[in-house]
Design a protein around this ligand. Structure first.
Ligand code: ADP
Ligand code: 5SP
Length: 471
């Protein structure tokens, strides 16, 4: 039995699954928390990865590994491979003005969509590099290479594997290889804003226009190309977390996946690239050689964390409370822009509550309004995808909530398919690792179908409440 490891280095935590390469059976797993904040020193991701690997029983019997990571984060390295400054994450909105400027400089949103499939917003690496050049010129000057979170972890793994078998203390400080061994994949590269999914090439001109020059960039690997094999273990190309989730959940043509993690995402696997000039749908690549149109919101599972905090309850109780309140929460509407928002592009917006009366001022109404508000934003995302989905699959941390599963069909207006709770990003990475060894025939898990009458009035009220904010 060959084993493979899949890593999900996401915003809030790092998860590692060890699976049987042939069958996909889960053998063991581990996890570790990441620090809070929208700028994080990458060494924390490395420390958490090593802790999670240790929690998963090490890697001694593992034949291949793949790292999936939160998309877009800007990791700047100097000539010696040292981190120049804390990484700016996908949910850091300080580069919002840079996004506005870059969009205008290239001739508007359509020019960007035509060039790289997406219109830049503060999440995209290209805008963060402009911010760095403008606000921290010394750090910009010291930047010899730029990569993404999964690229950096893969590169550190190559160095650690070359130093010997897994040993948490020894791997912690294992030197990475030279900068020219940095690699990435199509999926994650497509979230930079300077790589084109339709041509499969970097747009050095756009990077130069943003940053003033072109630092060293990771080599873009194909879906089954190894990043290296410095020890007895193969290292797969890895990918962005949403691309890995598509692999992990086995998304097929016509499926739409809604992921409720730190971010909320709505995405589908398609045969041809997309280019939405409105900017709502980002035209990413996937991890198999195809494409992954995706809508992302900044506010998903943590809206529920926040509502639970305000109500003074745990997440399970929040779910129970939400199901006690009537659908529509008697008109209480929560617009969940707690971290600003990306879709719609309102980086400085804040959350708001509408329809508060003596009758709706209850924890149950708040719980219901928080879940409905979070889902309304994603239902708008599904509309923006402009497709008739064969299935809508619900995954991610907040999909563990029974209230979310039951309310989702009323907001999306279609039945919702819910696979059993699992780490689908890490599973997708493990699947990618398995393809380096074999043709994996992993059984798909049993799914539950949640159905319910569509309640469009809730979305109408939500649209009115968001319009008030924009006014
Ligand atoms: N039963 C639950 N109900 C609601 N939210 C949950 C539940 N279990 C976990 N979560 C939330 O899911 C989030 C983590 O989801 P995850 O998909 O792992 O996020 P990420 O990959 O972005 O780190 C946390 O904010 C956590 O509070
Ligand atoms: O920015 C995006 C997608 O474009 C986010 O989806 C990040 O990739 C973070 O993902 P999670 O930590 O929420 O899974």
């Amino acid at each position: 039995m060959s084993l493979v490891a899949g890593v999900d280095s996401s915003t809030q935590s790092c998860k590692v699954v060890i699976r049987d390469a042939e069958t996909g059976a889960l053998v063991r797993e581990g996890r570790a928390a990441h620090p809070a904040g929208t700028e994080v020193h990458p060494s924390h991701w490395w420390t958490a990865l090593l802790q999670a690997i240790e929690g998963a029983g090490g890697l001694d019997d593992v034949a291949a590994i793949s790292v999936a990571g939160q998309q877009h984060g800007m990791v700047c390295l100097d000539e010696s491979g040292n981190v120049v400054r804390d990484a700016l994450l996908w949910n850091d909105t300080r580069s919002a003005q840079a996004a506005v400027d870059l969009t205008a400089e290239l001739g508007g949103p359509k020019a960007w969509a035509d060039a790289v499939g997406s219109v830049p917003v503060a999440s995209f690496t290209v805008t963060k590099l402009r911010w760095l050049a403008e606000h921290e010129p010394d750090n910009a000057r010291r930047t010899a290479a730029v990569c993404l979170p999964h690229d950096w972890l893969t590169w550190r793994l190559l160095g650690a594997l070359a130093s010997g078998p897994f040993d948490r203390a020894a791997w912690q400080d294992a030197p990475p290889p030279p900068l020219d061994r940095l690699t990435t994949d199509r999926g994650d590269a497509s979230g930079t804003g300077y790589w084109s999914p339709s041509t499969g090439a970097y747009r050095a001109d756009l990077l130069k226009a943003s940053f003033g020059r072109v630092p060293l960039l990771p080599r873009v690997l194909g879906p089954a190309e190894e990043a290296g094999a410095p020890g007895p273990m193969l290292v797969a190309p890895g990918t962005g977390d949403n691309m890995a989730a598509a692999l992990g959940v086995g998304a097929r043509s016509g499926d739409v996946v809604v992921s409720l993690g730190t971010s909320g995402t709505v995405f589908a696997v398609t045969e041809s690239p997309s280019a939405d000039p409105t900017g709502a749908v980002a035209g990413f690549a996937d991890a198999t050689g195809r494409f992954l149109p995706l809508v992302a919101t900044l506010n998903a599972a943590r809206v529920m964390d926040a509502a639970a905090r305000v109500a003074g309850v745990g997440l399970d109780q929040l779910s129970d409370l939400a199901l006690q309140a009537p659908a529509g929460a008697d008109g209480l509407t929560l617009v969940p822009y707690l971290e600003g928002e990306r879709t719609p592009n309102r980086p400085t917006a804040t959350g708001s509550i509408h329809g508060l009366t003596l009758a709706t001022a209850t924890p149950a109404h708040l719980a219901r309004a928080a879940i409905e508000g979070m889902l309304c934003g994603l239902a708008d995302g599904l509309d923006a995808m402009d497709m008739r989905p064969r299935r809508v699959l619900l995954i991610g941390g907040a999909a563990r909530s029974e209230a979310v599963r039951r309310i989702a069909p009323t907001i999306f207006g279609v039945p919702i398919t819910v696979p059993p709770p699992a780490e689908y990003v890490a599973n997708g990475a493990a699947h990618q690792a398995a393809t380096l060894l074999t043709a994996p025939a992993w059984e798909s898990e049993d799914t539950a179908i949640y159905d319910g009458r569509a309640l469009p009035d809730i979305r109408t009220r939500y649209a009115r409440a968001t319009a008030l904010i924009f006014d």
